[in-house]
Design a protein around this ligand. Sequence first.
Ligand code: PBE
Length: 266
Amino acid sequence: QGTGDVGEALNFTITGIEPGAGIMTAAENAIDVYGLDGWSVSASSSAAMTQQLATAYESEEPIIVTGWTPHWKFAAFDLKYLDDPEGVFGAEEVIQTFARQGLEEDHPTAYTVLDNFHWTADEMGEIMIDINDGADPAEAAAAWVDANAERVAEWTDGVEPVDGDALELVYVAWDSEIASTHMIGKVLEDLGYNVTLTPTEATYMFEAVANGSADATVAAWLPETHAHFLEDFGDDMVDLGVNLEGAKIGLVVPSYMDITSIEDLK
Ligand code: PBE
């Protein structure tokens, strides 16, 4: 199959996720930067994207998705990132935690735990894979917290338990963030908080933390993916630092496809 055929076979469409995700903006930029005339990125949802990926994969059909790591799809399917010689999708990303102003004074226990929270892509992957295998996110998170008491103790060591204080974490329903938010939410529940997990769109996630209507998010991808949100809201949030290293975004295809670079889509 010549690379020109890939575009035709795909109707010149990259399978995207939720509008508002940083990776959607990056994919649009890639179309510009690489001069992929006629190509577009279809917006849908993360769940729809992985469904289409699974369907294509089963019949070894071509598909290009907006993909990211950590994600269970790399465990479930044999996939590869397309090379990005222009660096449109950035290099290595990290995931950061942001709190609302005043959280440290109002809820010092939660603030300390969120500040301490740091784990690996593999650890996040354990929960994601569980959820993809059919576990309820809350149950998968609870099972992981139970099985990883030593890890959790690194974050909770020396903090004072509370008695039912309300706490709200905001996130977007990306698979990675479903896993992390449910996990840290469970840790905070176990310390006595009455935790609400609120799924929303990316802009509102940052806006809610910036205007103080939510307490924190563990779902900020930097330095590239959410840079534009940080410009808008960064000054009004408290940066609690990196909670995961080694994240990445890009265009992802099944390994059986014979293209290797975004340039091959021209
Ligand atoms: N993602 C997952 C998000 C950040 C986390 C890569 C889909 C985004 O593109 O904004």
